[in-house]
Design a protein around this ligand. Structure first.
Ligand SMILES: [Zn+2]
Length: 396
């Protein structure tokens, strides 16, 4: 057996395949060809000595914005993937029907990490920071449905940000249209919550099992806990029936108070995702490994955190081949290191909480290739925020 790459002696942690223990991972022709102990190093063109490190399936970030240069929020995916273990990005709503062709041509096709998308129900996508549903002219459902049909290999669902700033007094109109669109194309609907109106209860009446509620641990008025910190019964009921609860940390959507209340009730999110964009990348979100480390700090186990960053997001959007390490499957792998120490993390309200572990990425492997480190583009003029960076400090 010949290998292009052999990851040797790692602690493999893969809840999706129920793999846990010290194994070698052999890779050839972009696929995993062996997961076993004592694979012959002399048969490998490259050996990555991973003793003392953790090997997981490539991380799948379910909430990202990677349409650099064409939208307010977008960051460039490959340089960040190379340093964070993210092998698959789901861009959620940066592109609508009018600008999806550019997203496909300029982002999806040249990127080495895998890029999929949820199509924004607004035809203009996230060109600007807010306002995408203020003008109902941009709710062109027939066009969005055609764009989805033409790009089914990349569009895995529909996105709608439903809050006071995006809807601007148009109420539930955009959500009703997004619901109809998702039903027509038979894909999941991801809805973002934050500040109402519309109110959370009204939003949830439009969601179904298999849909995704992102920013689920928001601290704003549409949060999912009541004043006594108990989960709202109508949220619990829909969650029990199969709603997917996604973190989407971002710059305004992760409250440590909400997170603690939920995890103390033994209620863990279904998916841990970053909502990485021009603002949140400056901190306190930073990146996927840091977001995962926050949930370790809040008491979740390493396997629970990995599962919610690999196999669960894959399942949420039907990426059947990804999110787990399988012989014969794509060789998408994250090589991670757990760093012990004393760290201060922050939520989006700059509330500090201390932890004893950070996660660092040693290598990001996509289809058997280690992504090379590459310089990241500087922040856009409108996003660069030295005050924010001074308040939360550098990545712990
Ligand atoms: Zn977002």
């Amino acid at each position: 057996m010949q290998f292009d790459l052999l990851i040797a002696g790692a602690e493999v942690r893969d809840p999706g395949s129920r793999l846990r223990g010290e194994f070698d991972v052999g890779i050839a022709d972009g696929k995993i060809t062996a997961i076993a102990t004592g694979l012959p190093r002399e048969n490998a063109r490259t050996v990555l000595d991973a003793r003392g490190l953790i090997v997981t399936p490539g991380l799948i970030d379910l909430h990202t914005h990677v349409y650099w240069g064409a939208t307010y929020w977008g960051v460039e995916p490959d340089p960040i993937a190379a340093r964070t273990g993210v092998t698959t990005w789901l861009d959620v709503g940066s592109a609508g029907a009018y600008n999806f062709p550019g997203f496909r041509r300029w982002i999806v096709e040249p990127s080495r990490a895998r890029v999929y998308a949820l199509l924004n129900a607004s035809s203009i996508g996230l060109v600007g920071p807010t306002y995408e549903f203020a003008n109902p002219d941009y709710l062109d459902l027939p066009l969005a449905a055609r764009m989805t049909e033409q790009n089914r290999d990349r569009i895995l669902g529909i996105k709608a940000r439903i809050d006071a700033l995006t809807t601007r007094g148009t109420g539930l109109l955009a959500l009703e249209r997004a619901r109809a669109l998702a039903d027509q194309v038979q894909l999941p609907l991801m809805v973002h919550i934050g500040r109402g109106p519309p109110a959370l209860r009204d939003i949830l009446t439009h969601l179904r099992p298999g849909d995704i509620l992102t920013h689920c641990f928001t601290g704003h008025d549409n949060r999912i806990i009541d004043t006594s910190k108990a989960i709202l019964p109508y949220v619990r009921e829909l969650w029990d029936r199969g709603l997917v609860m996604d973190i989407g940390h971002g710059a305004g959507s992760f409250s440590v108070d909400t997170a603690r209340a939920m995890i103390d009730q033994k209620l863990m999110p279904d998916v841990i995702s970053t909502d990485i964009h021009q603002l949140s990348i400056q901190g306190p979100m930073f990146d996927m490994p840091t977001t995962m480390a926050k949930f370790l700090t809040l008491g979740m186990s390493l396997d629970d955190v990995i599962e919610r960053s690999t196999s669960r997001p894959a399942r949420a959007v039907g990426l059947k081949d990804l999110g787990a390490l399988r012989v014969g499957g794509p060789a998408d792998v994250a090589v991670l290191s757990l760093r012990k120490g004393s760290f201060t993390y922050y939520d989006v309200f700059k509330t500090p909480f201390s932890g004893s572990v950070q996660i660092d990425c040693v290598a990001t492997i996509v289809a058997g290739q280690i992504l090379p480190a590459a310089p990241e583009r500087s922040l856009h003029d409108w996003a660069d925020d030295p005050q924010l960076r001074a308040a939360v400090g550098p990545r712990p």
